[in-house]
Design a protein around this ligand. Structure first.
Ligand code: GTP
Ligand code: MG
Length: 315
């Protein structure tokens, strides 16, 4: 599959592939932006894979092409979980309209998210209409992933004794909906009660970026209850956000933010590539520690050294 090969280039850490990636993205950029991008997060074991299996099967059942990407900076350590994930999305992996791609490698969450951003563009150019990005809830990741998606869904377990724990600043500021998982069997009653308390808690916080009021839905991947409701909610979110221009506005901001991210990365790379700047830095660090210089003027000197380097290089 050509898409897989393109993604491999994007995900590569080799310098020659960076150039190829840039060319590739340049060619497809006009054909991007047409999918609805959904972020799904939650603690390990909350039921993300099972939920995506069910939701994804519902989406492909409607005839839509769906790509599922995962963002997991910890997957380096637990490489095995990727294989596990494919098998845990058993139903979905059998659907011809679905494409499941595990997390790219990278040592930082920022790096992984950056690559995922490019992969989203590739998937859109390849004609995928819905993109789901699964991420493990590890604090900061929610905020980073927000820059990748239009709609952000937080999965929560009922009866885990932490009912209101997730209603922390940060998460509720980015979540458009809370899904209570495993609402079946003996857990059904707990889930219903949790829904009520989440709704109340959400009522007290105001969503920052839109007129959208966060929703709470109970689901079960096992019985299928609530799954279609989630999809309908996402559709009505998309409709509403398209009509009032919020979607456009958020996409615009995301693009600007990504430019900043890529530019910073190139700058860092460039700076670290100049040997003289590095040795100047070392010198300044020593002076700093010996109180011969303030951090302020050390930074200015370093910038000057960098500028000189560039000037010399372009001569
Ligand atoms: N009863 C019930 N169990 C479920 C449901 N969904 C998932 N489970 C179980 O919960 C466990 C974890 O589910 P996963 O879907 O693997 O959870 P996850 O959030 O993807 O976990 P990680 O990938 O490890 O972060 C599995 O044993 C599932 O069988 C559900 O709707 N009802
Ligand atoms: Mg999983």
């Amino acid at each position: 599959m050509i898409l897989s090969q393109a993604i491999t280039i994007i995900e590569s850490n080799l310098e020659e592939d960076w150039k190829l990636s840039t060319e590739l993205l340049e060619k497809i950029i006009h054909a991007t932006g047409n999918a609805i991008r959904i972020g799904i997060t939650g603690v390990p074991g909350v039921g993300k894979s099972a939920f995506i299996d069910a939701l994804g099967t519902c989406i492909t059942g409607l005839g839509k092409k769906l790509a599922v990407l995962t963002v997991d900076p910890s997957s380096q350590i637990t490489r095995g979980s990727i294989l596990g994930d494919k098998t845990r999305m058993e139903e979905l992996s059998r659907q011809p309209l679905a494409y499941i791609r595990p997390s790219p490698s990278g040592s930082t969450l920022g790096g992984v998210a950056q690559k995922t951003n490019d992969v989203v563009l590739l998937c859109e150019a390849a004609g995928f209409e819905v993109i789901i990005i699964e991420t493990v809830g590890v604090g900061q990741s929610e905020v980073t992933v927000k820059n990748l998606v239009d709609f952000f869904l937080l999965l929560m377990l009922a009866g885990a004794g932490d009912e209101l724990q997730g209603i922390k600043k940060g998460i509720t500021e980015v979540a458009h909906a809370i899904v209570i998982t495993k609402a079946d069997g003996a857990n059904l009653e707990n889930a219903t009660a949790a829904k009520a308390s989440y709704e109340q808690a959400l009522h007290l916080t105001t969503p920052t970026d839109s007129k959208w009021t966060p929703k709470v839905i109970t689901t079960s991947a096992r019985t299928g209850s609530g799954i279609e409701e989630v999809w309908n909610m996402i559709i009505s979110f998309q409709d509403q956000m398209m009509q009032d221009g919020t979607l456009e506005k958020s996409r615009r901001q995301q693009k600007i933010d990504w430019l900043e991210v890529y530019f910073q990365e190139l700058l860092d790379l460039d700076i670290s590539g100049h040997q003289t700047v590095q040795s100047e830095k070392k010198k300044l660090e020593d002076q700093l520690i010996e109180k011969k210089i303030s951090a302020h003027s050390a930074a200015e000197k370093l910038l000057r050294a960098y500028h000189n380097e560039i000037r010399n290089a372009t001569k």
